[in-house]
Design a protein around this ligand. Structure first.
Ligand code: GDP
Length: 368
């Protein structure tokens, strides 16, 4: 007889008191499990199996791993990428650029819907050079793509936010590998048309699409010449309402401007089209152009050649990035740089002497 409840003693006949139920803990014990479930740490093989199954949740988690700056995540991420590589490469990759306001997200939304109707599986990635400073990227944000946002088979991922442009771009390139292994056959890589990031995007896509607007004559003055030279297609957005004539005019101007450029390496003659991302007009023609390009470069073998060149480029990019990281992460070098920088500013030593001395210290340490 339990003495927990004295009422159960024989002295109290006709009365029994049941054992009470213990009070629930203040913190829900399942919460921990749930959290664990939300952020699982899989082995490389588990990640790969999930990705190959097309499990978007696991794909997202693997991309997070790629984006992580923790050293212990790096090796695991690399293993996942290596194991996905044999299943990658089978998508068509399209780079999309344009100045802010050109209509990139509106267009990607329409383009995406067009592709989904054709049974394609789309992943939208982004490279945003400003995200390093703002610590947050809006490019590739699904909330800006209203129609795509509710499509469950579309994978949308904003730009990785940490690190140098080279680092951010490498992560996006690695993400492409995982997306392809997960079965995505069309990859968009979005970027803002303002500078260096185009080169990075150009070096990881098969087709480079430049979104332009009518009536902003500056573009024709050669400001974006470098970017125009990279374009395989120039598309003039917002050709709707009373803007149609202006767009047609701009189309002619861009066509003329392109004639002045040297022939492209692929032998392809870039086309200029008008469309409206908002109203969804002219989009079929854009993808007919892209299909025509794909056909053209597959037949003349430029497609494979370009991908090989890109692989080589990324090998050197990664070496550069890792060397730089290894150098600048070194505590002794950090200290030394503070001192040398001050002495260069005070004109005590020349920049070259300072650089030589720092590098000598670094390399002699490496030898040991
Ligand atoms: P982004 O900064 O390049 O991503 O541009 P957005 O897609 O956010 O578009 C910028 C603005 O242009 C928004 O107000 C859109 O509604 C508008 N816009 C985008 N596409 C079109 C279009 O085809 N026609 C018209 N009239 N407006 C558009």
């Amino acid at each position: 007889m339990s003495m927990e409840h004295v009422e159960n003693d024989d002295r109290y006949q006709g009365l029994t008191v049941n054992k009470g139920v213990s009070a629930p803990p203040i913190v829900n014990p399942y919460l921990k499990e749930k959290r664990k479930h939300k952020k699982p740490t899989y082995t490389a093989d588990e990640y790969v199996a999930g990705i190959l199954r097309g499990d978007i949740t696991i794909l997202s988690q693997a991309v997070t791993l790629i984006e992580s700056t923790l050293h212990e995540h790096y090796a695991l991420a690399q293993e996942v990428i290596e194991k996905c590589l044999p299943y990658a490469g089978r998508s068509f990759r399209i780079g999309i650029t344009g100045v802010p306001g050109a209509g990139k997200s509106t267009s990607i939304d329409s383009f995406g819907m067009h592709l989904i109707e054709k049974g394609r599986k789309l992943a939208v990635l982004a490279i945003d050079p400003s995200s390093e400073r703002s610590k947050g990227s809006i490019l590739g944000d699904k909330t800006r793509m209203e129609q795509l946002a509710i499509q469950k088979d579309v994978f949308v991922r904003p730009s990785p936010s940490a690190g140098s442009l080279g680092g951010v771009a490498r992560k996006t390139r690695e993400t492409i590998v995982l997306c392809e292994a997960a079965g995505f056959d069309t990859i968009f890589v979005e970027t803002v048309g303002v500078g260096q990031s185009e080169t990075a995007v150009h070096s990881m896509v098969d087709f480079f699409l430049l979104i332009q607007l009518a009536g902003t004559g500056d573009e024709l003055q050669g400001i974006k010449r470098g970017i125009m030279e990279m374009a395989d297609g120039i598309i003039i957005n917002k050709a709707d309402g009373n803007n149609i004539q202006k767009a047609k005019l701009a189309q002619g101007q861009f066509r003329n401007a392109l004639h002045l450029f040297p022939p492209t390496e692929s032998g392809w003659v870039p086309e200029v089209l008008t469309y409206s991302g908002y109203y969804g007009t002219g989009i079929r023609e854009i993808f007919e152009m892209i299909d025509k390009y794909e056909d053209f470069v597959r037949k003349n073998d430029y497609f494979d050649f370009k991908r090989q060149q890109q692989s080589k480029y990324w090998m050197y990019q990664t070496i550069d990035e890792k060397l730089r990281e290894h150098f600048y992460d070194n505590e002794m070098i950090k200290q030394l740089l503070i001192d040398k920088e001050r002495r260069v500013l005070d004109a005590e030593i020349s920049s070259f002497t300072a650089a030589r001395e720092v590098l000598e210290t670094y390399f002699s340490k490496e030898k040991k």
